[in-house]
Design a protein. Structure first.
Length: 183
């Protein structure tokens, strides 16, 4: 219920009927079952349309929500792949997208994109926020361009680094991202 209050709508990908019933009890509007290698209908994932299993991902429209979060229990796979695919599809559709790797256990988006950074863009952005100097110009120094309309704010190298990211600073980073990007 807290997620629904914050997010506006929730899409859940499940493996079986038990997980689907749990997702329904959470109030998820969209429930995808065992998607395997299908192409997701990203428009349905970010909009209010019924989900279709297979569609052209280029059919993305302007999303009704600005921040999309990928979450699953520890040990689950596919979050990074879906987040990356969703961000790329939105960027291809003309939206300015910032992908933030806030994975607290196994950040992998920078690696998947071939980026080898010694320091996390997220940590730098949070340090700006804590110093009350996070603005559009400072924020632009913390993320990297991947392609037209698509940037990434790299995550932490290891879970132990999360002590450097305070909740209030992280919220300010999200607020700045919402001002500077469409998604």
């Amino acid at each position: 219920s807290r997620l629904r209050q914050q997010a506006g709508h929730v899409t859940v990908i499940v493996e079986n009927d038990i997980d689907a019933r749990v997702a329904q009890s959470w109030g998820a509007e969209h429930i995808l079952r065992d998607i395997g290698d299908t192409v997701l209908d990203f428009d349905a994932l970010v909009g209010n349309q019924p989900v279709q299993q297979v569609v052209d991902a280029g059919a993305i429209r302007k999303a009704s929500t600005q921040i999309t979060c990928m979450w699953s229990p520890a040990g689950s796979t596919g979050r990074s792949t879906i987040a990356l695919g969703l961000a790329e599809a939105m960027a291809h559709a003309g939206q300015r997208v910032l992908l933030i790797d806030a994975d607290t256990c196994a950040p992998s988006l920078a690696t998947a994109l071939g980026i080898v950074d010694e320091i996390s863009g997220l940590v730098i952005a949070c340090r700006y926020a804590e110093a009350d100097s996070l603005n559009e110009r400072a924020f632009a120094t913390t993320y990297r361009e991947i392609s037209e309309n698509f940037w990434i704010l790299t995550g932490l190298q290891s879970p132990s680094g999360w002590s450097q990211v305070h909740p209030r600073a992280f919220q300010r980073v999200l607020d700045q991202a919402a001002q500077d990007f469409d998604q």
